[in-house]
Write a protein that binds this ligand. Structure first.
Ligand code: RP5
Length: 163
């Protein structure tokens, strides 16, 4: 098995039902990944260590999902220059708007590419796009996926027109 190119990190095991959708996309496109739990607030040392050592471990893109006061992606980005994709998760009284604002409003110089609330699938597709610059097989699989999407929608449209 090849070394994982994408690290998927989440703030809590309660985030897993959404974050495993990112894993499913990476599997579909054929990208090795590794999932783990860490927390900017509950496990700050582990989070910093994870980010600081990610590049030397062969990780090329990090996807970080967290809910509520979601500082995980931002803290990761503060410790690495690898691309970091943040997934704000819907949880708590504010239904993810808190996580969206916490994840997206990064200071200049420490970017987090933030996807939609619960947008784990798009986080994975974006990770694939970034990796496709270097890996032709990933570019090819992404293109095949897009073509499948196009064909499926055309077929649905044809079916609908017949009704
Ligand atoms: C965040 O707080 C986690 O990412 C999770 O979305 C939320 C609630 O965590 P648990 O109390 O379910 O562990 O840090």
């Amino acid at each position: 098995m090849a070394a994982p190119l994408v690290g998927i990190l989440m703030g809590s095991d309660s985030d897993l039902p959404v974050m495993e959708k990112a894993a499913a996309v990476l599997k579909e496109i054929g990208v090795e990944y590794k999932m783990d739990i860490s927390s900017a607030h509950r496990l700050p040392d582990k989070t910093a260590q994870y980010a600081k050592t990610a590049r030397e471990r062969g990780i090329e893109v990090i996807i970080a999902g967290a809910g509520m006061a979601a500082h995980l992606a931002g803290v990761i980005a503060s410790h690495t220059t690898l691309p970091v994709i943040g997934v704000p998760l819907k949880s708590g009284a504010l239904s993810g708007v808190d996580a969206l604002y916490s994840t997206v409003q990064m200071p200049p110089g420490i970017p987090v590419a933030t996807v939609a609330i619960d947008g784990a699938k798009n986080a994975a597709y974006l990770a694939c796009s970034i990796l496709s610059i270097k890996y032709p097989a990933i570019a090819e699989n992404l293109e095949k996926f897009r073509e499948k999407t196009r064909q499926s929608l055309i077929e649905k449209s044809e079916t609908l027109k017949k009704t």
